[in-house]
Design a protein. Structure first.
Length: 275
């Protein structure tokens, strides 16, 4: 029989007590309050949490969901700095198509301590589930640069959701107000985040034609530009008088052609997004 000294026994008891105390006082990662826009049809929350880690994988049950998985990886990689692997089959986060009740775009999202599963009744439903997952993370997940000191945790939830309206859209008027391709893409990302699914791009009216079509070059060479008018001159005057750059007309939107001052712009065609 092994005999222990009094000091050894005391040390063992103190170590055991410390371990038990640590186990009793450990708390799950802090998660933000669940707030999903638009409000989901059904949501159940537990006191557990799922934590995104550097070795998290994104799996697809259907190969057609690979673009959606890569889209999700892009969303989660910027702020976390993680290079999330996309693979076929189940992953830590799994995307799947299935028989989900509801209108087209319905989905279920189940998040447990170890895994997350998103199942949609269509590709759009999977994307909607991805956007709900995106909203469950701390707001810093939207950062384009790596953020340190954050627990990338979401509450363990079960969500069943379907669009209330089939048409949930937004309009962007670029016939009078000019936007860069980057700004248009950012708007599409925000649309996807809030599950808007129809984009009305107001490209032209009597103010000009704003999108380049290679087959018809005169639409932008001629139709995208108009002569300065009194409103333009007043904006320039107020910009100088009030030292207000917001009133100024961007110089790259101004041309001088045969003695006439023209104002206009075009939008390149490459603005498509996965979402």
């Amino acid at each position: 029989m092994i005999k222990y000294t009094h000091k050894q026994l005391m040390g063992t008891c103190m170590l055991a007590g410390a371990l038990m105390l640590g186990a009793c006082t450990s708390t799950p990662p802090v998660t933000k309050e669940v707030s999903i826009v638009p409000v989901t049809s059904q949501l159940e929350e537990t006191n557990q949490a799922f934590v995104l880690k550097s070795n998290t994988t994104i799996g697809v049950i259907d190969s057609g969901l690979v673009p959606a998985a890569e889209y999700l990886a892009g969303i989660l990689s910027g702020a976390t700095g993680y290079h999330l692997k996309v693979k076929e089959g189940e992953g830590t986060i799994t995307l799947a198509l299935g028989d989900v009740q509801g209108k087209e775009g319905a989905y279920t999202l189940t998040a447990g301590p170890d895994k997350v599963c998103i199942t949609g009744n269509s590709y759009g439903g999977v994307i909607a589930g991805i956007e709900s997952l995106r909203q469950l993370f701390p707001p810093q997940i939207e950062s384009k640069e790596t953020v340190k000191g954050i627990d990338w945790a979401i509450p363990a939830v079960t969500i069943q959701d379907a669009p209330r309206f089939e048409w949930r859209g937004i309009m962007l008027d670029v016939s009078r107000h000019f936007y860069t391709p980057r700004e248009v893409k950012e708007l599409l990302d925000v649309m996807a985040l809030y599950k808007m699914n129809k984009f009305h791009w107001h490209l032209t009216d009597d103010q000009g034609w704003r999108i380049e079509i290679k087959k018809y070059p005169l639409l932008t060479e001629k139709g995208a530009w108009r002569k300065f008018n009194s409103h333009d001159r007043e904006c320039i005057r107020l910009a100088k008088a009030n030292d207000n750059p917001d009133m100024a007309i961007p110089e790259d939107k101004i041309r001088i052609v045969e003695g006439d001052t023209l104002y206009g712009a075009t939008t390149p065609r490459k603005t498509s997004r996965t979402s």
